[in-house]
Ligand binder design. Structure first.
Ligand SMILES: NC(=O)c1ccc[n+]([C@@H]2O[C@H](COP(=O)([O-])OP(=O)(O)OC[C@H]3O[C@@H](n4cnc5c(N)ncnc54)[C@H](O)[C@@H]3O)[C@@H](O)[C@H]2O)c1
Length: 258
């Protein structure tokens, strides 16, 4: 690896597994210091140790006090924070008639509200260690809708627009802080297991999920980590307020995508 992230100090939420862990591993390989946080304490501590991260911290992204404590701990562990990755998230199936208000609030709290409270809490650290970058893991579901993804569509579209607002605030106030969103299609992590299981077998599940993806396969966590590496690096210092799709071509499709 070329150490593209030397001098970067990355705080990654939802880092115990899946995309967060893949980004943590890649960032470490590229020379960054990394702190992983997650609601799963044992797992995040274990994975952080395995990849040689500075710390693995218990952190519920919906809790403003937990953000304060986690950021303080990460700042201490890495002597600063200049990359903030909002990755923690959950999914939900439910349409406008079946989704419960409780689940809707939960998805919005974890997938969307956390980006506001976390970015606000992290701003003093990012301002102190510029150039800095904020990376928000949205989804293709933030760009295109499905009748059964009511809450997820809402939250993922919300964070995409929130990212642009954050980007404009930072740019217009002369800060060297970028903010961009990443929009993956179905990618091989635990979050898609319930959708695979609905079809009975791994093979049938993957076939169903990839039917409308022009490249006819799932994404891999490392492919998202590669994009995040670019956005965290100084190579992307003029890139802000943008949406990056990692989707095998699905959002390029018109009607009747096949
Ligand atoms: N895998 C995909 O197909 C896909 C596609 C598009 C977007 N995404 C997004 O990528 C992000 C990462 O998901 P993943 O695919 O790695 O799934 P995952 O389920 O493997 O990982 C999600 C992580 O978030 C953590 N988490 C959940 N609630 C939390 C909370 N309140 N506080 C802190 N951590 C919490 C979980 O413990 C878990 O480690 C999510 O935001 C997800 O919506 C995933």
């Amino acid at each position: 690896m070329s150490k593209r992230l030397k001098g970067k100090k990355a705080f990654i939420t939802g880092g115990a597994q899946g995309l967060g862990l893949a980004m943590g591993k890649r960032f470490m390989e590229e020379g960054a210091d990394v702190v992983l946080t997650d609601i799963q304490l044992d797992k995040v501590a274990e994975e952080a140790e395995k990849i040689g991260a500075a710390a693995g911290i218990e952190h519920d992204v919906t809790d403003p006090f937990a953000w304060k404590a986690a950021l303080e701990a990460a700042n201490e562990a890495m002597d600063g924070i200049n990359v903030l990755v909002h990755n923690a998230g959950i999914g939900s199936f439910g349409n406008v008639e079946t989704e419960t208000y409780e689940m809707y609030r939960k998805v919005c709290a974890i997938d969307m509200d956390s980006v506001f409270i976390g970015t606000q809490a992290a701003m003093p650290y990012l301002k102190e260690h510029q150039p800095a970058s904020i990376i928000v893991i949205s989804s293709v579901a933030g760009l295109m809708a499905d009748g059964n993804f009511l809450s997820y569509n809402t939250a993922k579209a919300g964070v995409a627009m929130m990212t642009k607002s954050i980007a404009l605030h930072c740019a217009r106030n002369g800060m060297q802080i970028t903010a961009n969103s990443i929009h993956p299609v179905f990618t091989r992590t635990a979050i898609i297991d319930p959708m695979i299981q609905l079809k009975g077998s791994q093979e049938e599940g993957e076939k169903a999920l990839t039917r409308n993806i022009p490249m006819k396969r799932l994404g891999e966590p490392e492919e998202v980590a590669a994009m995040a590496t670019y956005l965290a690096s100084d190579e992307a210092k003029f890139v802000t307020g943008s949406e990056f799709r990692i989707d095998g071509g699905i959002t390029a499709c018109g009607l009747g995508a096949k």
